[in-house]
Design a protein around this ligand. Structure first.
Ligand code: NAD
Ligand code: MG
Length: 400
């Protein structure tokens, strides 16, 4: 152990210490990438808890490989009808959202990876922060719904939130190069999704299959559709607003189809710093797990010996009106984030079920947002009520 001026600067035991990890949503795209990261560093990263909603066979398979002390089946009804014969006997089974809350508050858990999709991720993330844990946050919807409340809770409980979203991880990394008060603005990069060059008429015709074919990222279905409408960037503007405590006009967006530059930070002297890597979530996931250290990572590496070009262009706000919604909601705050988030989740579900066209998703969100009773300082309970209300409002679009 090295002491300088009475404070611990570095402890060899700290870097040798095994980090105990619980993954909320281990069967999803982020969850599976997190397990790949852990598999590559098993002497220093240990899985102590895994949770899943529907793919309980995969949950058992993961439990057999990583031997967590606890597994949680979030959908208790589904769990009761499932045959658990392949569950390892030393992994205790917990059920429902109570099971998730109980898992994240165990003293054995150091880091909670919040990788459940949608507003369903809020309660587990909230409970982890309440318990003062470090949260590696993939579930951006938590900050979109309840950014100020979540950030305040983290401060009160001495809990850390480390970004997993690749753009926010890039901003977080680039910000380490300067002082916070010297940050002028951040520029989030966006791939532009599969319909970057579509005309308005072509956008009106796109199918579910086309929307699910992302050109650069391999992700779960909800975020893939969000990327196609560019609502994902709207959610990321709001996420960045709360996570980094930036004014909304300090957050810009640029389209970068190659998804190599994951975002930029511009400092007051005009210096712009970026973080680059091939599009693969293992790197931002690992950085959140190892921060402030950097370890060898199983993600693909940049090959700068090969010719490549990096393109940047402004987003088209007429064809992709979601981005404007993102800035607007980041500006007004209050209940707007929870309403936008829930309306979007319901509209995307409607689109995936063939009940809503692609170009109805954003107008449905706009309409629900405009019709809600705005409150500048809502409680968490009020946000959850509005989440339910906004989903019901979207059903009008689905039925008409
Ligand atoms: P996914 O659909 O692949 O996986 C979702 C996970 O959440 C699954 O494990 C599922 O069992 C669980 N889940 C779903 N509904 C649940 C419920 N009601 N209760 C409890 N658990 C539930 O999603 P994903 O692509 O891995 O995305 C997860 C989160 O990470 C999202 O918030 C997304 O925006 C964010 N994110 C994902 C990526 C990516 O590359 N996939 C990148 C950045 C951010
Ligand atoms: Mg992202």
């Amino acid at each position: 152990m090295v002491f300088i001026n009475g404070s611990v600067l570095f402890t060899s035991s700290m870097s040798d210490h095994v980090r105990n990890i619980a993954i909320l949503g281990s069967t999803g795209s982020i969850g599976r990438s997190t397990l790949d990261v852990v598999a590559a560093s098993r002497e220093r990263l240990r899985i102590v808890g895994l949770t899943a909603n529907s793919r309980l066979d995969l949950l058992c398979e993961q439990a057999s490989r990583f031997r967590p002390s606890w597994i949680v089946a979030a959908d208790a009804d589904h769990a009761r009808s499932f045959n658990w014969s392949t569950k390892p006997s030393n992994s205790e089974l917990l059920l429902g959202s109570e099971g998730i809350r109980s898992l994240v508050s165990r003293p054995e858990v150091d880091i909670v990876v919040a990788a459940i999709v949608g507003s369903a991720g809020l309660t587990g993330t909230w409970a982890a922060l309440e318990a003062g844990k470090t949260v590696a946050l993939a579930n951006k919807e938590t900050l979109v719904m309840a950014g100020p409340q979540v950030m305040q809770l983290a401060t009160e409980r001495g809990a850390k939130i480390l970004p997993v979203d690749s753009e926010h991880s890039a901003v977080f990394q680039a910000m380490e190069a300067g002082r916070r008060q010297d940050v002028k603005r951040i520029i989030l990069t966006a791939s532009g999704g599969p319909f970057r060059e579509h005309t308005a008429a072509q956008l009106a015709q796109v199918s579910v299959e086309e929307a699910l074919a992302h050109p650069t990222w391999d992700m779960g279905p909800k975020i893939t559709v969000d990327s196609a409408t560019m609502m994902n960037k709207a959610l990321e503007i709001i996420e960045a607003r709360w996570l980094f405590d930036l004014a909304p006009d300090q957050i810009d967006v640029v389209v970068h189809p190659q998804s190599i530059v994951h975002s930029f930070v511009e400092f007051r002297d005009g210096s712009v710093l970026a973080q680059l890597s091939p599009p693969d979530m293992k790197l931002p996931i690992q950085y959140a797990l190892t921060y402030p250290e950097r370890w060898d990572c199983p993600s693909p590496k940049m090959d700068l010996a090969r010719a490549m070009s990096l393109d940047f262009e402004p987003p088209d706000l007429d064809r992709f009106p979601a981005i404007g919604l993102g800035h607007e909601v980041a500006r007004v705050g209050g209940t707007a984030g929870a309403v936008l988030n829930a309306a979007n989740e319901a509209a995307v579900a409607g689109f995936l079920a063939g009940q809503l066209s692609f170009t109805e998703i954003v107008p449905a969100c706009r309409s629900v947002l405009d019709n809600h009773q705005f409150d500048a300082n809502p409680t968490l309970e009020r946000l959850i009520e509005l989440d339910t209300w906004a989903r019901q409002e979207v059903t009008r679009w689905v039925c008409t």
